[in-house]
Design a protein around this ligand. Structure first.
Ligand code: CP3
Length: 349
């Protein structure tokens, strides 16, 4: 198997820098749009054959060093009992919004093999179809980022309702977060049992907090999940499964993020990756961090930036190349193909 990605996650010696792209399966690929033309997004997520098919597309087309499960961070919200819809050009809609005690008390902590069996079936199918070609990454949202969607009812500009719930009724927020945390812990365990070889926890909106609030209202719950997963992996005598923690607006939160217990840290593009590695404690594995919109540059300019990031990241214990956030739908696929080739060529030892 091309296990360069797993080795890099563990901080081991690698022959080249592994690369995968956040949102690598998606609308920028004509092959994805073709499948998506026949099924809506949630149906794709819930049909293992379709989810597996689009998971494999970027592995074949881009030559990336890892596959990431095709799904969404909001899938567990529906499993907990909240309505979930993806509306064309509007994004996700969750209903009813989680802002009062009765509604939050009604949420359950689902059995992932029951309520989200399609995710586990997709993982099992993918491991067979990948046939050890590249490792498979599972994922979830972090409790806070997941909670923002559940509280706001969708995407938000200033997260007013979320912060209002936190500041006005902190115990209610905590009861919601405890349920989400228990759900995600079981959900990630089930993904690992089904065959996920690494997991990434997405805390896309963590950067809306001051460091103190981030620690109390977001990170504390991530620490619980990582701690529970590590203990479970140990008691079950399972092989080490790397955990990657990605936080949007990483720069102001490095001291906090380093205490999460993750094996590797996703870094967005707003900070140089060597500064991020230093802020995270120096002896760490970092993942990132090219600005997703630099994919609109001509190839020679992209190459300059790839070189710069590879050079900077050489000071870290390990580096997994990625964008600093998801690839946008307007991105020319040929530039992403070129990016992966550049990372392999320029980092090859
Ligand atoms: O990375 C991958 O290729 C795996 C699949 C994946 C998706 N979403 C597929 C998706 C992953 C890892 C995610 C994570 C996700 N989903 C995050 C965290 C990472 C990030 O990008 O910040 C968040 C915040 C979501 C929630 C979400 N899903 C939103 C706000 C939207 C609507 C906006 C948009 O991009 O359309 C989605 C939809 C979504 N998730 C799509 C895909 C491919 C587009 C659906 C479509 O085909 O119409």
């Amino acid at each position: 198997m091309n296990d360069t990605f797993l080795k890099a996650c563990r901080g081991e010696e690698v022959p080249f820098t592994p690369v995968w792209i956040m949102r690598q399966a998606g609308r920028y690929l004509p092959e994805y749009r073709e499948v998506r033309g026949k099924a809506d997004f949630l149906t794709m997520c819930k049909t293992p054959e379709l989810a597996a098919k689009v998971t494999l597309q970027p592995v074949d087309i881009l030559n990336v060093d890892a596959a990431i499960l095709f799904s969404d961070i909001l899938i567990p919200c529906e499993a907990m009992g909240q309505g979930l819809e993806f509306q064309e050009n509007r994004g996700p809609i969750l209903d009813p919004v989680m802002r009062d005690k009765d509604t939050i008390d009604n949420l359950s902590v689902p059995d992932p093999e029951d309520k989200t069996k399609f995710v586990m079936d997709t993982i099992r199918l993918l491991r067979r179809e990948l046939a050890e070609r590249v490792p498979l990454i599972g994922f979830s949202g972090a409790p806070f980022t997941t909670a923002t969607y559940m509280i706001e009812g969708g995407t938000s500009r200033n997260f007013m309702n979320t912060k209002r719930l936190i500041y006005e009724t902190p115990m209610l927020y905590k009861s919601l977060m405890d349920k989400i945390t228990a759900t995600i812990t079981e959900y990630l365990k089930a993904q690992i049992s089904a065959g996920a070889q690494a997991v990434q926890i997405f805390d896309t909106w963590g950067g809306i907090f001051s460091p103190g609030d981030f620690r109390e209202f977001a990170l504390a719950y991530v620490i619980k999940i990582i701690d529970a997963l590590k203990k479970w992996i140990k008691t079950e005598n399972r092989e080490h499964v790397p955990i990657i923690y990605f936080v949007g607006q990483t720069a102001g939160l490095l001291k906090e993020i380093r205490t999460s217990g993750a094996d590797a840290f996703g870094v967005d593009w707003r900070i140089n990756i060597d500064d991020a590695a230093r802020g995270l404690g120096g002896d760490v594995v970092v993942q990132g961090n090219l600005d997703p919109l630099s994919m609109f540059l001509p190839h020679d300019k992209i190459e300059e930036r790839v070189k710069d990031i590879l050079g900077r990241a050489s000071s870290a214990r390990g580096h997994i190349f990625n964008l600093g956030h998801g690839v946008v739908p307007e991105t020319p696929p040929e530039n992403v193909i070129a990016l992966v080739e550049m990372v392999h060529r320029l980092s090859g030892k």
